[in-house]
Design a binder for this molecule. Structure first.
Ligand code: BGC
Length: 425
């Protein structure tokens, strides 16, 4: 499958978005209303979410904003569960990966096929994304973006002062650079000690050390031999090394505060998905000069994360209409461009022009293409694409317990295999 943005697609997409606009103007009866439950609360995230709100309002809709702070979305997931249990689900919710199928299986999600068929979503979305947002052959969610998880964000001034010419492309090289950054008086890696951030770093190391097939076998198939292998032990050993380059204040720190440490020259690097780029942009920084983006070391790997808005079954013409209007807007070419320029991600929709995107986004598009053709594209566990629920929870637990103790790599792999196996249904 190719993720190439072709001009034929651009032309078709433009025609589709014109049709969508004229369809919106014919909605006259109920005022389209949506309540959107999301966790986009940092600087860059809030700008991206505000774009969706303003486009929805410009289309005549009423937007009820329900943000729940907390990176990675675990706090928001708790709110969602209690709202659904109380019989009062929000109409539109930021969820992803297998969570979408789980909610659909419980009969909680609305069927978006009338919009999807009219707008031709099957031609506008790559198969990997269709797999995520469809349940039983029907669309139950709309993808807003593709985030890449395996990135290093670096401060070029700090690297220069430390005598590091470029961000190395091997883990050993990276740690040697970290030694130099430390010796020059800076924090090598800005990090937030929260379970999902620990798991984010660990999964990039697992991909780097083991490659994509190993990643999928261990973390996707939960193959016991792979989970307990020497390769997995090596990954934990590197994770322990990484920990040595993190400052004492990391515990509990939010991811965007860690990004700010790179931005203001306290730290040299951060390993984080490209929502971090949204923070650099929100602060007026430029890619390539004020900050550098380099994939974490791996053989053409790419860890995919994708945000979607799922529509929950709700009553009331205004709400049902609101869901349709929102779904159309999200898949629109204009929205997919502007939202992702703020968010740090790239469009989920095929054919959005590349010209306004920065060099990191272009690299993400190209690398995604290479990885999807070469079989080195994997789904994130930390960000709920390859695994969700209890199995992902087990991965987070072991990552964070290891990070906050003196557990050996041998014990870590035994625990990982046991806890991930127990978490399977
Ligand atoms: C989400 C992003 C979000 C990040 C930090 C990720 O799991 O996919 O949209 O910006 O967490 O909260």
């Amino acid at each position: 499958m190719s993720f190439m943005r072709t001009s034929a697609f651009v032309g078709a997409a433009f025609a589709v978005s014109l049709m969508a606009t004229s369809a919106l103007t014919t909605v006259a009866h109920a005022e389209p209303t949506v309540e959107v439950l999301h966790y986009w609360t940092s600087g860059g995230e809030a700008k991206a979410a505000a774009e969706l709100k303003s486009e929805f309002e410009a289309a005549g809709g009423k937007w009820v904003d329900s943000p729940v702070a907390g990176g990675g979305g675990d706090a928001q997931a708790t709110v969602l569960r209690s709202r659904v249990l109380a019989g009062d689900p929000p109409s539109a919710v930021q969820i992803k990966g297998p969570n979408i199928a789980d909610w659909a299986e419980q009969g909680a999600l609305a069927d978006l096929n009338s919009v999807a068929d009219a707008e031709g979503w099957d031609k506008l979305l790559p198969p990997q994304i269709q797999k995520i947002v469809k349940y039983d052959g029907k669309y139950v969610a709309v993808p807003v973006n593709i985030h890449r998880v395996d990135w290093i964000w670096a401060n070029p001034e700090v690297l220069k002062k430390a005598g590091v010419d470029s961000v190395p492309n091997t883990w050993d090289g990276l740690f040697a650079a970290a030694d130099k950054i430390k010796a020059a008086g800076f924090i090598p890696f800005a990090h937030g000690g929260q379970d999902w951030q620990d798991a984010t770093v660990l999964e990039t190391i697992i991909l780097g050390v083991g490659g994509a097939d190993f990643f999928n076998k261990a973390l996707g198939d939960l193959d016991e031999a792979s989970l307990k292998s020497d390769t997995m032990k090596k990954a934990f050993t590197y994770f322990r090394k990484f920990q040595g380059y993190v400052d004492d204040g990391a515990s509990g720190r939010d991811w965007n505060l860690a990004t700010a440490m790179v931005m203001n020259g306290k730290a040299g690097m951060q390993i984080m998905g490209d929502w971090a780029k949204g923070e650099f942009f929100a602060a007026g920084k430029k890619a390539g000069t004020d900050f550098l983006c380099v994939p974490t070391p791996s053989e053409h790997g790419y860890i995919l994360n994708s945000d979607s808005i799922a529509m929950f079954k709700v009553k009331g013409d205004d709400k049902v209409e609101g869901q349709k209007v929102l779904a159309k807007l999200i898949m629109g070419e204009k929205f997919q461009e502007i939202f992702n320029l703020y968010k740090g991600s790239i469009p989920a929709r095929i054919g959005v022009p590349r010209d306004k995107f920065d060099s990191c986004a272009i690299k993400s598009m190209d690398d995604l293409d290479t990885a999807s053709k070469g079989g080195t594209l994997v789904g994130s566990v930390a960000h709920e694409i390859l695994q969700a629920g209890a199995v992902r929870g087990a991965f987070l637990d072991v990552a964070t317990e290891f990070f906050n103790s003196s557990m050996s790599a041998d014990d870590a792999v035994a625990k990982l295999a046991e806890e991930m196996e127990n978490a399977k249904d």
